[in-house]
Design a protein around this ligand. Sequence first.
Ligand code: ADP
Length: 642
Amino acid sequence: MSILKVLNVKKDYKISKNNNFRALTNVNLEFEKGEIVSILGESGSGKSTLMNMLGGLDTDYQGDIIVDGKNLKKYSEKELDKYRKNKIGFVFQSFNLIPHLSVLDNVTIAMTLSNTSRKKRIKRATEVLDELGLKSQIYKKPNQLSGGQKQRVAIARALVNDPDIILADEPTGALDSNTSIQILEILRTIAKKGKLIIMVTHSQLVASISNRVVTINDGEIISDEIRSEKLEYTEEKIKINKNKQNLSLFSSIKLALNNMKEKFTRNILVSLGASIGIMSVITMLSLGEGVKDYITSTMNENVNPLVIEVNKQSDFDEEDDPFEYQSDYFTDNDIEILSKISGVKKVQLSFSSMVMGSELILDDNSYSLFFIETISDNILGEKIIEGILPGENEILISNRLSERMYRNNDVLVGKKIKVRILEAGRFLEGAYKISGIYSGNYGMNHIIFNYDDVEKLYDDNDLEINPTGLYLVMSDESYVENAKEEVINMGYAPSRTEQMLEVFNEMLAVVTYVLSGIAGISLFVSAIMILVVLYISVVERTNEIGVLKAIGSRRKDIKRIFVSEAFLIGFAAGIIGIIFTFIIRSIANYYTNNLFDVSVVKIKPAFIIFGIMISVIISVLSGLWPASRAAKLDPIESLRHE
Ligand code: ADP
């Protein structure tokens, strides 16, 4: 019973718009199981054209090809893939093994495409390789094998899915005569198992082992002779589940990983490039988070909610009349206006000054003093960690200063300390009792007086001080919001903390713009980079794609392999980006901790996940085009590609 029939097949190749080239004319052939058929003909006679049709790689012809009673022409693309995978085994002249896969993987790949379990795949592949005498070679790469061995691997690959028909295109064309005989012997044994073997050749040696020789010339069958009786065969059917058709996602990632390893440097470099965008995104988010945290914690500091700090506007805009220069201290007039704001119970004066060159003397030890400030209702008792608020002739020192004095806080409280303030070229000296230690966002060389004490100290030295700040003590919290607004509308500056936050926010906005610019550009650049690299990869692997198609990969499978590669590049870029972000975090936080005592970059786990997701999504999106290019490649042309 014939398994394969070719009925009135004609093939025209389109050469130009109005020109066709007839490669096959009225071909009629019938093949049976157990036959070894040689198709003999000169180069250009149409042998490959015929083979491609029999193998389901080319469906553009006139006439019919009937396999097991079914017309190939009527097959859908999916059915053709299945046909190539399960019915047909291809053997090529130049072996067409996939160079970066081991012998075992080259054979199992045909089964990987049908999602057979790994264990079964390996078992079956090892059996077939063993039969072909390759048991000891299974972990080698193709380039570590001799020509004969390579062709045996290719035969194993063709056999592994137990097809009914083997199509061999010049199977011994690249082999010496001894090896050729071995390979032909193998093909004979295969035929004995009830397979149909069709070989294209122009070698008489090959023809000599065939039981039938079909000669073709200029696209026409000129002879079809039976040389010997068909081989006696005993059909051996191997149980293989041929229904599962998909290349599993896991397998495609594994294949992609394999190829990535092959081109490791290139892929790492691309990932490295792509990681910059991801790094910018995560850094941006983490910076925002750090600053937000800082702002909330500063806002939540124990400041008296009933007190509004008012400062003089220190910078003036260009619009301001330079002649109407505001003094940087408050006058009686200011106090008068501000005290009229509704809800203001009283106005407290405050004085703060940079006093570089000044010092504190405690038990003959000198400590430098940079900044003095006065007490107000703004400083809450809660912030005193030892002692009490200062009364007359008393001061508070910061806990940072006390730490530097290397004394326990309880020892320091009550001690006399000498303050020497450098002002107008001389020292203003006074002795004060330390009433307590306070903690807060204050620098190290910093003390807090009573306003009256400072005024007196300056007065004793014939100097006058004016309030540099005011505290509006409100009668009720309900007035605070409005009063704050009014203060700003009147042209005064809000509290130093609020001013600082404003500056901080402005800085953050700038940094965010810069980072998002970098992120946007570099994500775009990485997308293109990934696209180009994958495109190159498609071109480099055209032959491999042809092989995969010939052994039954669907377009989807090919696409999946390349998309998986894009996925892996994206994933690697994400990981590298995260590592970079952690490095940036260490550096940035080291400096901000030293300067402001805050960690400004805070990486949350959600940012890490987000970063990896973005990276993978962008990468996969950029991979789609090259992947679909690969999927659409014509298998016949791809196989010809060197
Ligand atoms: P063989 O395998 O016997 O060497 P082919 O089947 O490859 O021959 O080619 C048969 C004829 O068809 C040749 O003359 C060849 O030039 C022509 N041919 C093959 N492929 C194409 C194609 N894609 N476009 C146009 N002509 C082609």
